[in-house]
Design a protein around this ligand. Structure first.
Ligand SMILES: Cc1ncc(COP(=O)(O)O)c(C=O)c1O
Length: 374
């Protein structure tokens, strides 16, 4: 018998189509339900999702908002953080973390990351905390939580807020604690590519602090007073979660743990089959990551990406230009952050989706094992 030829079909960086196909039937049902009550913003589907997501994150409360960037900005603003305050952030994050700090009116204070995990470095945070520091944002990068044990001890000692940016870490744990349950509040994004992704923009704040959740709900709903539709108690804005997105997010939440465990299997297969010079990022011993991204360090990124392109394999870079080198945030840069800068030249994100097959993972590894340095 002739062995089947190895598949040469394209492998997407993220299998958006495959993930969407799985919920096509649910989407039809969600649409019918939302159309039947006509509450397109807020309403029973949003309430049900908020309840389920708070429970999932092992916290008391949740409020749906427009996106993850709003979630972060609203947390900072609701904590009273603004002009004159500094907020410590890792330089290795998506720019949204920094945008939120600036939008709240505070100044970002960039710090370096741990060389193994590329998560915010608690020692660097300790050095950066000063009289103006109002908060530290623990960004859980790539699906792994930051070292929240050390960050929580540090922020508690200084009497400042620990805020979690959990946009890339739905369902992750550190020391047994869920992403979103450690800080005073946490921001989540439901951008379609996230581990829990909507079919459009969406976000949420979770917290054990009921007053903070209520304040954020009010700020995201034009500052409306609970007692009156026409009374605006504070200056707010519009940042709310749509019903249809919430209905679908509830469906997807029910399979999040299974999807995260598939991501773990994909990552393990990468570890087993990647060539020795493609090195996945380290995991903290207390961490249970959910592998939002499969980030490796490679010796010759140009050669690796050329080989992946030639084989029809998607890839990404998270992130090639650190935040303190972005023109938009140049005024906040204070000098080199060597770990972040070195990593920015070496990192490569490989395809990662819960729908990836073992054969697809092995094909990516095979292509990388044939890369000739340029
Ligand atoms: C670390 C991080 N923070 C914040 C955000 C912002 O989320 P959104 O795109 O929903 O505004 C993202 C999303 O890309 C992110 O990756």
């Amino acid at each position: 018998m002739i062995a089947p030829a190895p598949s040469t079909a394209a492998i997407p960086f993220l299998d958006v189509q495959g993930l969407t196909d799985r919920v096509r039937g649910d989407l039809d049902r969600c649409w019918r339900e939302v159309l039947s009550h006509g509450r397109f913003v807020g309403g029973p589907h949003v309430e049900a999702f908020e309840h389920r997501f708070a429970e999932y994150c092992e916290v008391a409360g949740c409020v749906g908002v427009g996106n993850g960037t709003d979630a972060l900005e609203l947390i900072l603003a609701a904590l009273g953080i603004g002009p004159g305050d500094e907020v410590v952030v890792p330089a290795n994050t998506f720019v949204a973390t920094v945008e939120a700090v600036c939008a709240a009116g505070a100044r970002p204070r960039f710090v370096d990351v741990d060389p193994g995990t590329l998560e915010i470095d608690p020692d660097a945070v300790a050095d950066a905390v000063g009289p103006r520091t109002a908060a530290v944002v623990a960004v859980h990068m790539f699906g792994q939580m930051a070292d929240v044990d050390r960050l929580a001890a540090l922020t508690e000692r200084h009497g400042i807020a620990l805020v979690e940016d959990a946009a890339q870490a739905h369902g992750a744990r550190h020391g047994g604690r869920r992403a979103g349950s450690v800080g005073v509040a946490a921001a989540f994004s439901f951008y379609p590519g996230k581990n829990l992704g909507a079919l459009g923009d969406g976000g949420a704040v979770v917290s054990d602090d009921a007053e903070l959740v209520a304040r954020i709900r009010q700020m995201g709903d034009h500052g409306r007073a609970g007692s009156g539709r026409y009374l605006h108690e504070v200056r707010g804005r519009n940042s709310r979660l749509d019903s249809l997105q919430a209905a679908l997010l509830s469906v997807k939440l029910a399979r999040l743990d299974e999807d995260n465990s598939r991501r773990r299997s994909v990552m393990q297969r990468y570890r087993d089959h990647l060539p020795a010079d493609c090195v996945p990022l380290a995991s903290h011993p207390s961490s249970e990551p959910v592998h939002h991204l499969a980030v490796v360090r490679v010796p010759d990124r140009a050669a690796a990406t050329a080989a992946l392109d030639a084989a029809g394999i998607g890839w990404g870079l998270h992130y090639p230009v650190p935040c303190h080198h972005q023109p938009a945030f140049a005024e906040f840069a204070r000098g080199p952050l060597p770990v972040t800068e070195t990593a920015a030249r070496q990192i490569l994100s490989l395809p990662m989706s819960p729908t990836m097959t073992p054969e697809q993972v092995e094909r990516v590894c095979d292509v990388l094992s044939r890369v000739e340095p340029t």
